[in-house]
Design a protein around this ligand. Structure first.
Ligand code: AMP
Ligand code: ZN
Length: 485
């Protein structure tokens, strides 16, 4: 089936065609590992995961997916300094005198936390072709900076190296291809050192930052000059994408905030250094907000996955909730939303179990269902329409009324769909194991009932319910079943 994607470069939905038949090379901007990632970041990774799974399962492509780990930038350096509140001495050990070692300790710790988080929300490690750490690619970054400089688009000032945007624009090279920037306001020669800046701050941006006391540093050799310092953030992705996938690759992903300056600068640097476009398709996910507001530390609505797990949420319900929304619309995260997602997810799970239990005489058109559901997913990852088509079908075709062949075809369909959505068990209902303690309480309750001690029987029933089980009486005994919310 053909896949269509909204390409930020052309601002329209295009048919996807890989550069090389059968193979897709895709790069996703990964986490900055200076702290726990938040659920907004997780949305960006889930959208990329959805895309790569659709490319594999529906497109039939061999996908090479790279997601970098930003382990050096302004924030990681800030938070690896002595006295940083992000420093967790128990997990990272004490601070040392070596800034590079401190950076390594901080970022390796949060990298592990990140890997656990993405595993919990169903992103599979095996699906990655590589997860490069920026600090392992510093020589490649230096090489790119030298190329940009040799081509005349970089200059040294105050020990730092900057991208010469005036020259780039003067020579009619495009800038502002993903995100409209106001070049009228561009001030020739104005320079910016920060990794992140606003659209009205378009200026020469930093490729290599001069060494500061107490910060990690490497030595860049540039035309005979030795420049101690460290890479700017944008050059990292340019160099890693080039090293691991080669340019141009097929798809570059990230959140909408990365269109400018990060991706715009990445495109300019790679064109100026490697003389090549970066990627054919740029796919950007919209933001996740919490209860209708932008997430921020001051509003206290800044959730990490561990926060949600502590509140009793199942990470796979969070996965399903986030994936249910179209990636190009703002997703409003609410606890009711996750509860609704949990019910929807369970409804499908129950249907799958029932396919293995009883059959009837009705036939159904599984091919048409698959065509509809996969068709919507292939159409710019339209999960809301795909799930709506699925639920309409489930409503019209109760599992137990279907004859065996239809049931078998549906199991195959769910197996394929689950390779994309990734939140269900495909197979028979697992036997319910009732803990011994609950069995004993139920036994005691049964005896109390026989002795007509109904107050005690009721109290025991409530105790059992509080632990998540329900006792259902029959005339000759009782059943214990797990409590369904
Ligand atoms: P960072 O670690 O800040 O570079 O962000 C990692 C990824 O998360 C990037 O692709 C960002 O665009 C994305 N991102 C950051 N905040 C949000 C948010 N609230 N909703 C969705 N994506 C986000
Ligand atoms: Zn990036």
């Amino acid at each position: 089936m053909e896949i269509h994607l909204y390409n930020t470069l052309s601002r329209q939905i295009e048919r996807f065609e890989p550069i090389e038949a059968g193979r897709v090379r895709m790069y996703s901007c990964g986490p900055t590992v200076y702290n726990h990632v938040h659920i907004g970041n997780l949305r960006a990774f889930l959208c990329a995961d959805l895309l790569q799974r659709v490319l594999r399962v529906i497109g039939g492509y061999h996908v090479q997916w790279v997601m970098n780990i930003t382990d050096i930038d302004d924030k990681t350096i800030r938070d690896s300094q002595p006295g940083s509140p992000a420093w967790n001495a128990e997990a990272m050990g004490p601070q040392t005198d070596d800034p590079q070692e401190n950076l390594r300790r901080l970022t390796r710790y949060y990298e592990q936390v990140f890997l656990r988080d993405i595993e919990a929300i169903g992103i599979r490690r095996d699906d990655f072709f590589a997860m490069p750490r920026a600090t392992d690619y510093i020589p490649a970054m230096m090489e790119l900076i030298r190329l940009i400089w040799q081509n005349g688009y970089a200059y040294v000032a105050g020990g730092s190296v900057y991208f010469d945007l005036s020259r780039w624009i003067e020579q009619q090279h495009p800038y502002g291809v993903l995100f409209t920037v106001d070049l009228e306001r561009f001030i020739a020669g104005a320079r910016i050192d920060a990794d992140q800046y606003e659209r009205d701050e378009v200026s020469d941006f930093v490729l290599w930052k001069a060494r500061k006391e107490g910060e990690p540093w490497w030595v860049l050799e540039l035309g005979g000059q030795l420049l101690p310092g460290r890479p700017g953030w944008h050059i990292e992705c340019s160099a890693m994408g080039h090293e691991l996938l080669g340019l141009p690759f097929d798809i570059h992903t990230g959140g909408v905030d990365l269109r400018f300056p990060h991706h715009e600068d990445e495109i300019a640097q790679s064109a100026a250094g490697y003389g090549c476009i970066t990627a054919r398709y740029w796919v950007h996910n919209e933001f996740l907000e919490v209860e209708g507001e932008k997430m921020s530390k001051s509003l206290g609505n800044f959730y990490t996955l561990s926060d949600l797990i502590e509140r009793g949420l199942d990470p796979l319900d969070v996965r399903y909730a986030i994936l249910s929304a179209h990636y190009q619309s703002v997703y409003n995260f609410t606890f009711e939303g996750v509860a609704a997602a949990r019910r929807a997810r369970r409804r499908v799970q129950e249907y799958i179990y029932q396919l293995f239990e009883h059959s009837g005489r009705q036939a159904c058109d599984v091919e048409a269902l698959e065509h509809a559901v996969f068709g919507h997913l292939a159409d710019n990852l339209h999960t809301p329409k795909a799930l709506a088509a699925l639920f309409t079908f489930l409503g019209e075709h109760p599992a137990a009324t279907l004859e065996k062949n239809s049931q078998r075809a549906l199991v195959d369909f769910f197996e394929r769909l689950n390779r994309i959505i990734g939140v269900w068990q495909i197979g028979e209902r697992p036997p319910v194991v009732i803990p011994e303690r609950i069995r004993q309480l139920a036994e005691e309750r049964w005896r109390a009932r026989l002795q007509r001690d109904f107050a005690r029987a009721d109290a025991l029933r409530q105790q059992i319910a509080a632990e998540g089980y329900i006792v259902r009486d029959r005339t000759d005994g009782y059943d214990i079943v797990p409590h369904e919310e």
